[in-house]
Design a protein around this ligand. Structure first.
Ligand code: SAH
Length: 391
C-alpha cells in the first residue's frame, strides 16, 4: 500500500524523509509543494532530486478523499460531499464573507454523541477520519477555490483565512489525528494559519480540552446549549459524563493557559519549535466561544439566560447564538426572532458579548447541524430509534 503524504505533519514527514536517507529540509520542501502549491505530481516538484522524486512516485501519493458531489448555495456557500470509502461520505463547507473565508471541516464519519437536535448525531457513527482525510478537506477546498479565483483573474489573496472544526463529528474524540491536522494548518510551510483563526468546537469532552491546551492550543468553541445539567443531559448527552461544573472548570483552565513567555525563554527556543509561533501569534484566543442553539420553548426563555450568566460568571467568554436549523423529523423548532433578540439583549445587558450566527447555506443543507453526509451506521442508531418510535 502506498503512503499517503497528506497523513504527515512536519514532524512525521521529517521522520519519513530520514527513513529514506533524506535531510530534514526535504520535509519542508515537500510540505510546501503539497500544501502551499497543491501539487500532487512528484515529477513537477522540480527542486527535489530526481531519484527522490522517482522513489516517492513508487512508494507514496498525495491522496485526498474523492469528490462525490458539490453544491453552491444562493449566498455563495459551497458544500462538498467527499467519499471516504466503504459507502461513507463526509461534508465540508466553505463560507465566504466580506473580509474572510471560513472552511468548516469534518473530523469523523458521523458522530457518536447523539445530541438530540443535530442531524449528524442522528446518522450514527462509523469511524474517525485519518489525518489525511481531515487535512485533505482543506487541501481540496483550497485547490478548488484557488482555481476558481485564477479563472476569474482576481488577485492572489488567500481565500480560506479561517478553519473551524465544526463539520461532522466530535473533533476531541479523534484527538491524535485532529492534532496532527491542526499542526499542518498552523505550519508556515503548509497553510500558516494563526492559532486564533483555527477553531476546535467540542460538545464538552473535558479531558480532551485539557489535552488540547497542552498539545496544540487553538481557539476553542464549546457547544453549551443549556444552562443547567438537567436540560443539558437531554440535549447534549455527553453532559452526563462531564457535567457543567467540570466543563466550566476546564474552560477556565484553557483560557488561563495562554502564557506569554519571558524574552529569555522565548529566545532559547529552536527556530522550528512550534512554541515560537504560539508566541508570535500571542497564543490562542483569551476567551472561550460558547455556542448556544436556539430551540423554541426548550432552552430560550429569559430565566435560562439568567442561569447562563451565573453559570459562566468566572469564564472569559463570548456567546454565539445559533438559530436552530431544521432537518426532517428533528422534533424541534427554531426560536422566534424576537425571542432570540431578547435572549441576546439580556446577555449583553449583563456585560457579555453575544452574537447571533447568520444562517448560511441553508438551501444546500450546509448550515450548522445539517451535515448528514453519508454514514454507514455501525451503532445501529437508526434501527434503535425506529424501534423506539414504533413501540
Ligand atoms: N461536535 C462538535 C463539532 C460540531 S460543531 C460540537 O458539538 O461542537 C456544529 C455546531 O452546530 C455545534 O455547536 C452544534 O451543537 C450545532 N448544531 C448542531 N445541530 C444544529 C442544528 N440543527 N441547528 C443549529 N446548530 C446546530
Amino acid at each position: 500500500m502506498s503512503i499517503n503524504l497528506l497523513d504527515y505533519d512536519l514532524h512525521g514527514l521529517t521522520e519519513l524523509c530520514a527513513s529514506m536517507g533524506e535531510k530534514p529540509f526535504r520535509a519542508r520542501q515537500l510540505l510546501r509543494w503539497i500544501h502551499q502549491r497543491g501539487e500532487s505530481d512528484f515529477a513537477r516538484m522540480t527542486d527535489l532530486a530526481k531519484p527522490l522524486r522517482e522513489r516517492l512516485a513508487q512508494q507514496a501519493a498525495v491522496q485526498p478523499p474523492g469528490i462525490m458531489s458539490e453544491s453552491t448555495a444562493a449566498d455563495g456557500t459551497r458544500k462538498w460531499l467527499l467519499s471516504v470509502g466503504a459507502g461513507n461520505g463526509i461534508e465540508t463547507v466553505f463560507i465566504p464573507e466580506v473580509n474572510r473565508g471560513t472552511l468548516c471541516v469534518s473530523s469523523q464519519v458521523g458522530c457518536a454523541l447523539e445530541c438530540s437536535f443535530c442531524a449528524t448525531g442522528r446518522q450514527g457513527f462509523n469511524r474517525n477520519l485519518s489525518v489525511g482525510e481531515i487535512i485533505g478537506q482543506l487541501w481540496l477546498a483550497s485547490k478548488a477555490l484557488d482555481e476558481a479565483r485564477d479563472a476569474q483573474g482576481s488577485s492572489r489573496e488567500r481565500i480560506i483565512t479561517n478553519v473551524v472544526m465544526m463539520g461532522m463529528g466530535e473533533p476531541l474524540a479523534n484527538f491524535d489525528n485532529l492534532v496532527a491536522a491542526l499542526r499542518i494548518m498552523l505550519d508556515d510551510h503548509a497553510y500558516g494559519l494563526s492559532r486564533r483563526r483555527v477553531t476546535v468546537s467540542t460538545a464538552g469532552i473535558v479531558p480532551g480540552i485539557d489535552r488540547l491546551r497542552a498539545a496544540c492550543p487553538v481557539a476553542l468553541s464549546v457547544s453549551l446549549h443549556a444552562p443547567n445539567d438537567a436540560l443539558r443531559d437531554v440535549l447534549v448527552p455527553i453532559n452526563r459524563k462531564y457535567p457543567l461544573k467540570e466543563l466550566m472548570a476546564a474552560c477556565q483552565r484553557y483560557v488561563d493557559a495562554a502564557p506569554v513567555e519571558d524574552a529569555e525563554t522565548a529566545a532559547s527556543r529552536a527556530p522550528d519549535d512550534p512554541a515560537r509561533k504560539w508566541q508570535r501569534d500571542g497564543g490562542p484566543r483569551p476567551y472561550i466561544s460558547f455556542e448556544y442553539v436556539m430551540l423554541d420553548g426548550v432552552n430560550d426563555r429569559i430565566d435560562h439566560v439568567r442561569e447562563l450568566i451565573e453559570l459562566t460568571r468566572d469564564v472569559p467568554c463570548k456567546f454565539n447564538l445559533i438559530p436552530f436549523n431544521p432537518f426532517p423529523d428533528s422534533g424541534y423548532q427554531r426560536s422566534r426572532p424576537e425571542q432570540i433578540r431578547a435572549f441576546q439583549e439580556t446577555l449583553m445587558s449583563a456585560g457579555l458579548i453575544a452574537t447571533v450566527r447568520k444562517t448560511r447555506g441553508e438551501d444546500i443543507d450546509g448550515a450548522c447541524g445539517q451535515l448528514a453526509g453519508q454514514v454507514v451506521d455501525r451503532t445501529r442508531r437508526r434501527l434503535r430509534r425506529e424501534t423506539e418510535e414504533a413501540a
